[in-house]
Each structure stands twice: as C-alpha cells, then as structure tokens.
Design a protein around this ligand. Structure first.
Ligand SMILES: *Cc1c(COP(=O)(O)O)cnc(C)c1O
Length: 505
C-alpha cells in the first residue's frame, strides 16, 4: 500500500498550523493529510470485509493502556504522527463490519451510509434551524413523513433522537403532556401517582424514563410474558386494574415490537384494545423490529402498529444505517412542540423571513442536534424501497439458515426457542454434555460454559456473539444477523468455529 499520495509533501514537517483553516492556500497539504486518513479508513474497510482477517485483537484494558499512547501532551504533534495515531486506533478497534461479528443489534458498515456520514461531517452543521441546515431539514421532513406513512400514521410529527432509549423517553414526556398539560408549568406536584406498564422482556429504557421523569421505577410495572417473550395482554389488564384499585393512575403502555434479547413481538391489537378501554397512551417500541415494516413478508409481525400513539424505530439497527440514527413518531401533530417548546429568542425568532415551522430545534429536549438524516436518506435512495425489502428478507433468510444449521448438528447445539426476529438464542454443548438429559442440571452447566466460550472467542479474535442470562434462564448466546454482507458460508463458519473453540469445555 502506498504511503504518500503526493510524495513531495512530508507530513513529518507539517503541523495543524500548516493546513486549513489556519493556513491560507494550503489545499495541497490539507489534501495530502486527508487523503492519507481516508486511505487508512479504506484499508480498515477492506480488512473488515476480508473473511480471512480477525474480528478483533483483544487486549485487557491494562495491556491496551501500555501499548496505546493516550496522553495529550503540551506540544503540537506533527501530521505524520497523527496519521500513526489514526492507524493505531483502527488497529485496536473491533471490526463491527466483519461478517463474523454477530454481537450487536447494529452490525455491518453500509458503504453508501458511510459516504453519507463522511459528507455529514464535512458539512458539519447543527440541525436546530432551517437557517443553517436547509437541505437537511427538508430531507428530515420527507424521510420522516415517509416513515410515518409506512407505519400507517396519516398525520403526526416525528424527530430524530440520539438513540432508541431517548426516543422512548420522548414518548413518555409527550404522553404526559397530552394527558396532564399542567405538568409543564406546575411540575410533579400537579400529578396523581402515574403508572407505566411494559413487559418483563422490554428494553430497560422505559424503566429509565420512569426514573428520569420522577414517577419512580416502582411505578413502571413489568408485565409477564409468554414462553416466546411476548407480553400477555390478560396480565396487562389484571395489573392495570390492580393499580387503579390501589388509587394510582395508569397512563402509559409500552408495547415492544422486537425485544432486545429474544426478538419477540408483543401482540399490538389486544394491547391496543386494553389501552382504549382504560384510556392509556400506547407507545410501540419498534427500535429493533421496525425494519420489518419494509418487508411485505415480515411486516405482519407488527400488525396493528398504526393503533399506537407513538412509535420508536431505529434505522441504525435492522436497516443497517450507520450509528446513530433513531426516530420517534407521534400520531398527533403539534404535541412534540407543545411538550418541549421553550421559545429561546436567540435561536427561534418568530419574525424570520421564512416559514419558522421548519425550525425543529424547539421540538426537542436537546438544543443542538447532530445531522443523522443524510446517511439514512442516501442509503435509502441507493436501495429504493425494493432494495430495502431485499435487505430485510436476506437477514431473515440467513437467520432461517442458522436455525436449520443448529437443528441439523444434533446435540452440539440447543435452540432455546423458534425465533420471530433475527435473534437466535441457543446454547453450545461441549462433548462431555452431549447425549445427557436436558434437565436443570445440564442447563446450569451450559450457563457456566457460555461465558467461558465467549472468552475463548474474544481471545482467538475470530468470532463475536453476545450472551446474557434472562429471567430464569442462565447465560445463553444471542446471535444477531443484521449485516447484509452475511452469507451462508459465514453461518457455517459460526457454527463450526463454536465447535472448534468449545468442544473440550
Ligand atoms: C436497542 C433498543 C433500544 C435502545 O436503543 P438505543 O439506540 O441503543 O438507545 C430500545 N428498545 C429496544 C427494543 C431496543 O432493542
């Protein structure tokens, strides 16, 4: 790989003072510096997509502190040294785009989305006003409107938030504003004791919102699930009545479409019936499962979603948009601004010479906001709706292939449940435990083996799959396929590699 782009420029002799913006007319050296950085990024992307390379080079924090120089010194560093800093940061970074990285709900690096992120960084604007981000603000309007129409909301309002947890918080505060508008000025004392409901398998952010909003985590009631991990509507109704009997005020139900661990879809329609009956806000947390809406084969899993009052949907998960990209959609227009508007006069002057409804800054709890739209818009343009449908269908086909692979390998693996999403939950079974009855004792032992196998995986660097306990279940693997680059041979590799690393445990 070539080292320099324009070899007449020696970056060893240059500092930040020799490039833009400090030095005028320094395009040639600025270009040399950036070209070298981009070359590093391209190498990283190339390696990440090369199946013969490792996913990570794991080091304990103490070792990494020794080999990586984190110190910021008093004197400027020359540009060649900065290139080396960039190279070593990437050297030690986990390759989340690698087709053998199955660890997280966000996997893979879509190249078009990456191009969008690079352009976003170059444009470096803030998303609070049309004044300083005209194209991106209109782009947000269009994409969010399209997403609402896919959900089945005819009107409404939406915003991009820094992650699904914050999107879920938005839903709670908007619901509170709708049902108890006096809260905004009078505060918590104006409210009865509010109670929220969410399933025992739901994301912890609903509980977090209960704490942040001052309702208390004791008032975020966990509703039991069936064996597939779906909320039981009969239990929801029982618990709603119970809290009414205790003199509390149920007001909000979080229904998860695609749970984080098992990938379960709560049944929206029966839950929506209960919400109507008791006048409760229905929020759909489709942070994970929302991408299924793009596939005619898989969208039925969210049947009834249009009955929700609000929906969280993270493009940075199943849709594969680069981190981060999360959306919150509210069915009733005007509520988002009513909830959050503070009318800061230095930003949101009402006498501007354009339609100030395009200034989104007063709808959010942040002030400044990162541009998360361009990388999604560009990626969606590259695929069209049809390409996105194929992307989602491919992830599910690979998931089916994995499930078949687990089943066809006899007693080497134990599938915990038939997946509804691309989460596959299983135990690996080492030689000594094969053919042994699958009773409580074996299950406990498999729970002890799982983290040991994960440690071997990390030290070897060839594969990454996450694990966790869940309720009564001890540690098990949760495999995620959300990288569109994953092929059948990668799934075969995954199963064979687990066996190679774990058979003697
Ligand atoms: C991932 C996830 C979240 C949180 O999203 P972040 O973007 O990580 O904040 C919320 N709900 C569900 C169901 C999730 O899977």
């Amino acid at each position: 790989m070539q080292n320099c782009h324009n070899c007449e420029i020696d970056l060893n002799k240059l500092h930040y003072t020799d490039i833009f913006p400090i030095k005028e007319n320094s395009f040639v050296s600025t270009q040399e510096f950036l070209t070298r950085v981009i070359q590093l990024c391209l190498n990283f992307i190339n390696e990440s997509n090369d199946r013969s390379t490792k996913v990570l080079r794991f080091m304990q924090p103490q070792e990494l502190k020794k080999v990586f120089d984190f110190e910021i010194g008093p004197k400027p560093r020359n540009l060649e040294l900065l290139i080396q800093d960039c190279a070593s940061a990437l050297y030690h970074q986990v390759r989340t785009a690698h087709p053998h990285y199955f660890n997280q709900l966000s996997c893979g690096t879509d190249i078009v989305s990456l191009a969008g992120e690079w352009l976003t960084a170059a444009a470096n604007t803030n998303m609070f006003t049309y004044e300083i981000a005209p194209v991106f603000i209109l782009m947000e309007h269009e994409v969010l409107k399209k997403m609402r129409s896919i959900i089945g909301f005819d009107h409404g309002d939406s915003i991009l938030a820094p992650g699904g947890a914050i999107s879920n918080l938005y839903a709670v505060i908007v619901a509170r504003q709708k049902m108890f508008p006096e809260y905004k000025t009078k505060g918590l004392k104006s409210l009865p004791q509010l109670v929220l409901f969410t399933s025992e398998h739901s994301h912890y952010s609903t509980k977090g919102a209960g704490a942040v909003c001052g309702f208390g985590t004791d008032n975020v009631i966990e509703v039991p699930c069936d064996e597939q991990g779906r909320m039981l509507p009969s239990e929801l109704e029982r618990l709603v009545r119970e809290s009414i009997d205790q003199g509390k005020r149920p007001f909000y139900v979080n229904c998860t479409c695609g749970t984080t661990v098992l990938g379960a879809f709560d049944p929206v329609n029966p839950i929506a019936d209960i919400c109507e009956k008791y006048n409760l806000w229905l929020h759909i947390d489709a942070a994970w499962g929302g991408g299924c809406l793009l596939s005619s084969k898989h969208r039925h899993k969210l049947a009834g979603i249009e009955r929700g009052d609000s929906v969280t949907w993270n493009p940075h998960k199943l849709m594969g948009t680069l981190l981060q990209c999360s959306t919150i959609h509210i069915k009733e227009d005007g509520l988002l601004i009513e909830t959050n508007q503070m009318c800061a006069e230095y930003l949101f002057q009402q006498d501007k010479h354009y339609d100030v409804r395009y200034d989104t800054g007063d709808k959010v709890i942040q002030c400044g906001r990162h541009n998360d739209i361009f990388k999604l818009w560009l990626m969606w343009r590259s695929k069209g709706d049809k390409g996105y449908e194929e992307h989602i269908d491919h992830l599910f086909e690979m998931t089916d292939y994995l499930v078949q692979g687990i089943k066809s390998r006899g007693d080497k693996f134990h599938l915990i449940l038939e997946p509804e999403c691309v989460n596959v939950s299983f135990w690996y079974i080492p030689t000594r435990l094969r053919g042994v009855p699958h009773n409580a004792e074996r299950i406990q032992e498999l729970g002890r083996i799982t983290p040991k196998l994960k440690a071997r995986m990390m030290n070897e660097g060839t594969l990454m799959i996450s694990y966790q306990p869940l309720g009564e279940l001890p540690n098990f693997f949760r495999n995620i396929i959300s990288n569109s680059g994953v092929q059948k041979k990668d799934v075969d590799f995954l199963l064979d590699e687990l066996d190679r690393l774990g058979h003697d445990l």
